[in-house]
Ligand binder design. Structure first.
Ligand code: PAF
Length: 282
């Protein structure tokens, strides 16, 4: 497995693969890899002969008061983990490589509407940073396919919209959320949880699953279900940012006949901000 930190190293490998008619799939990450990321690498391998995983903690998607400085970085361990995976190349650039004109001169790609609510409302500018860095990675790697996790539901929708709107010839694939045995969605930010909070955290998925079951069994009073779930979570010590039932395709408010829904949640638990979702097909 190759580790490339410069554009040149990446380019050399890509040229070699293209000459051999290989397809390339990209898994963008910010590192500190867990089983969820590794499942995306496996999924990538199903759609291309060669898999590139990028590791880059992207400064433009963090707000001023967010955890950019504390965000867990562990490239050595990540490389170790990837050696046992089906990844062929790790692209681990620095900020100068990704933003050659400097952060203050960086071109920004903004996907409207779909990024306005939910995480977009509580983290202003976050999705502009995500789509801008993903567009840069797409330009550098020129993959045939790119894989994103369902846990970041709004993110993968924004990237789908960007790719569609810019006619990017890249297949966007969404990999299912990997969970701990107790249901908690795997996330790099789970390590901010204290021991007590970690015991409490799986309740998030329990409440999502309970809502999904009610929807499946015909309940259509979305507002009532949202309020009930917010109360259950708040009573259990979660600070709820949003809990919302939306159309899975575009996050618009659903009517009673909608047959593909997504239940989205974001909470603060101690120092950790946790997001999760379930898709409900009726
Ligand atoms: O989901 C992430 O880890 C990041 O938002 C991404 C897609 C790698 C962009 O920095």
């Amino acid at each position: 497995m190759t580790v490339a930190t410069t554009k040149q190293e990446l380019k050399e490998k890509l040229i070699e693969w293209r000459q051999q008619d290989h397809h390339v799939a990209l898994v963008p990450t910010m590192g500190n890899l867990h089983a969820g990321h590794l499942s995306l690498v496996e999924l990538a391998r199903e759609s291309a002969e060669k898999v590139v995983i990028s590791i880059f903690v992207n400064p433009t998607q963090f707000g001023k008061d967010e955890d950019f400085d504390e965000y867990p970085r562990n490239l050595k361990l990540d490389i170790q983990r990837l050696k046992e995976s089906t990844a062929d190349l790790i692209f681990a650039p620095n900020v100068e490589t990704m933003y050659p004109l400097g952060l203050e001169n960086a071109t920004s790609i903004l996907v409207p509407k779909i990024t306005e609510n939910f995480c977009g409302a509580s983290r202003p500018g976050h999705f502009d940073g995500v789509t801008s860095v993903v567009a840069r990675l797409f330009t550098l790697v020129q993959p045939d396919a790119a894989i994103f996790g369902q846990k970041d539901y709004q993110q993968q929708l924004a990237i789908r919209h960007m790719s569609l709107d810019l006619n990017l010839p890249i297949k966007i694939i969404t990999g299912k959320t990997m969970r701990e045995d107790d249901g908690l969605a795997m996330s790099s930010r789970n390590q901010y949880l204290s021991d007590d909070e970690r015991v409490n955290a799986p309740m998030l998925y329990e409440v999502l699953s309970d809502t999904a079951e009610r929807l499946q069994s015909g309940c259509r009073d979305y507002k009532e279900q949202e309020s009930r779930s917010i109360k259950v979570l708040s009573d259990a010590g979660f600070s709820v940012e949003y809990f919302s039932i939306r159309r899975a395709q575009n996050l618009k408010a659903p009517d009673r006949d909608c047959d593909e829904l997504v239940v989205l949640v974001a909470v603060k638990l101690g120092n950790a901000r946790l997001i999760d979702n379930v898709v409900v097909t009726i």
